[in-house]
Every structure is written in C-alpha cells, then in structure tokens.
Ligand binder design. Structure first.
Ligand SMILES: Nc1nc(=O)c2c([nH]1)NC[C@@H]1CN(c3ccc(C(=O)N[C@@H](CCC(=O)O)C(=O)O)cc3)CN21
Ligand SMILES: CC(C)C(=O)C(=O)O
Ligand SMILES: [Mg+2]
Length: 277
C-alpha cells in the first residue's frame, strides 16, 4: 500500500470500496494498525477514556494530543493520520481553530485534523481548510458536548433532529470537509447522509451503509471494560490474554520457575567467584 491520501478515500467512496479506521495512541499500536492495512488511524481524544482513565473527553489538552500524535506518526507508514482537535481548541474563533490545527500538524505531524460539530463550526472548518489543512468533520453524537446532549445517547432519532444532522453534513461538505465521521445515529440516517454527500462518511454506531467504519482500538480488542457501547464488536479478548500472561508471570516468579536457565546469563568464572565468598 502507498501512503493513503484524501483523493484515495474519495475514489474508494466512488467505487464502493469500504474505508477502515481505528484509533491508536502510541507507536506499537500504530505499527500494527498500519501493518493490517487499515487506511486511516485516528489519534482520538477518546484517549481520555482508554489511556488516561477519565470519564469524558472534555479535559483533554492540545499538549496531550500532540504528545500522542508523535509516536503514532512514527509507528505508521502508509495510513493517513488524523489528529483529533480537543474540546476548546477550535470553538472560540476561526483564528483559534487555524492556530491549533496548524500546531497538531506541525508539532504532532498528523496529515489531517478532525473536529466535532455541525453548522456552528462551519466557519472554523473553512478557515482551517483555507489554511491548507484537510478537515474531517464529526456529527451525530459529539462526545465533547456531552453536557449539552445529556449523555452518550443515540442522535437523530426524531425527524427534526435527523433533518438537522443532514443539514450539518451538507454545510460541512460545503465548508470544505473532505470526510465526515457520523457517530451513534439510526442506520437509516447514516444511509441517507451517506447518499446525500459526495465526501466519504465513516460511521461509528451509524450502520452498514456508511462509506467506512471506525472503532476505538481498545474496544475492538477487548482492552477497555468500563463501558461497552452497543456498536462495539469485540474482535479479540486481549484483556483476558494479558491478564493470563500477568498471572502466569507472577505465579512462576513466586514459585521460583522464572527465570529458568534459558533466560539467564552464565559466567565462565564460577569457581573463581566461589573463592570470593
Ligand atoms: N472506549 C471508548 N469508545 C468509544 O467509542 C468512545 C470513547 N471511548 N470515548 C469517546 C466517545 C464516547 N463514546 C460513546 C460512549 C458510550 C456510548 C453508549 O454507551 N451509548 C449507548 C446508547 C444509549 C442510547 O441512546 O440508546 C449504547 O448503548 O450504545 C456511546 C458512545 C464513543 N467514544
Ligand atoms: C470515536 C471516534 C470517532 C473519536 O472521535 C475518538 O476516538 O476520539
Ligand atoms: Mg474524538
């Protein structure tokens, strides 16, 4: 695979080839996600939950995002790297949005940025794109505004809210977004938005008709147990595997089985050493 570009993702939509994206927050995870041929890696602000143990993404800072984007860039060869803009880094003004998107790209090294919201962020999206940085939109359940939404709930369940989300998608496309994440909406709405916009949609809990799918790495491999959204499929149970390995290590050390001979360096001077006692 060659380096994934926004043009490649656009042509995948046009050909009906599905796009895949997962999160990664460190070098070794990015290495494996890239090796698997996943096209897009999101350094998500979900690192609040998966890496930092917080209950929401709201307090994540620019410094924390840059800190995690850097090793992901080192671990990935071909995948497109998306830097998630943290809450408060783009809401104030188009100038603030351009400033912080530029920091994620220059200091972190990501290829593109993502930010949450619809019509209310269109001016920020346009400013960042005009500044030379591609933007992925993110609509539906927008975890950074959880206080307004009243919880991690499915969005667009009424006709009015569905209509408003479709308008958001069209406005973001018009503002220059190259792709859209659609989170936690009924499948029919994921389908409608995907058909109405020309840019690729990447769904999480938005059904099978989106142009691509994204999952949080820790969720899909079973390394996160605090909550399990309905849309998460566990493709591995690494949590169980890791727990087994740790318990075995502990037991073997306690029983004196580890380290056995094969894991030990032996000197040739045993007899001489004995004389030192
Ligand atoms: N580990 C992890 N996975 C994620 O998918 C994720 C994060 N963290 N952090 C940021 C946001 C928060 N997300 C969430 C969190 C919980 C639900 C959830 O439990 N939703 C209910 C919907 C209830 C309803 O409205 O019917 C569910 O049952 O799926 C959804 C998305 C998605 N993002
Ligand atoms: C859930 C995805 C889309 C995200 O924004 C994140 O992981 O931060
Ligand atoms: Mg996010």
């Amino acid at each position: 695979m060659a380096k994934v570009t926004i043009q490649m993702l656009q042509s995948m939509k046009e050909k009906g080839e599905k796009i895949t994206m997962t999160t990664a927050y460190d070098y070794s995870t990015a290495y494996f996600v890239d090796k698997a041929g996943i096209e897009v890696i999101l350094v998500g602000d979900s690192l609040a939950m998966t890496v930092l143990g917080l209950d929401s993404t709201v307090s994540v800072t620019m410094e924390q995002m840059i800190h995690h984007i850097k090793p992901v860039v080192r671990g990935a060869h071909d995948a497109m790297i998306v830097g998630d803009m943290p809450f408060g880094s783009y809401n104030q003004s188009p100038e603030q949005a351009v400033y912080n998107a530029t920091r994620l790209m220059k200091e972190g090294g990501c290829d593109v940025v993502k930010l949450e919201g619809g019509k209310e962020v269109a001016d920020k999206v346009k400013a960042i794109v005009d500044g030379g940085i591609p933007v992925m939109g993110h609509i539906g359940l927008t975890p950074q505004t959880i206080s307004k939404l009243g919880g991690f709930k499915v969005q667009g369940k009424t006709v009015d809210s569905a209509k408003s989300l479709l308008e958001d998608a069209l406005v973001l496309q018009e503002a220059g977004a190259f792709s859209l994440v659609i989170e936690c909406v009924p499948e029919e709405l994921g389908k409608l938005i995907t058909e109405k916009v020309k840019i690729p949609t990447i769904g999480i809990g938005a059904g099978k008709y989106c142009d691509g799918q994204v999952l949080v790495f820790h969720d899909m491999v079973g390394l996160f147990e605090k909550f399990l959204p309905k849309f998460v499929k566990r493709y591995a149970n690494l949590g169980e595997e890791v727990l087994k390995a740790l318990q075995e290590f502990k037991n073997e050390v306690k029983e004196g089985k580890f380290p056995s001979d094969e894991f030990v360096f032996k000197g040739v001077y045993e007899e001489e050493l004995k004389r030192l006692y």
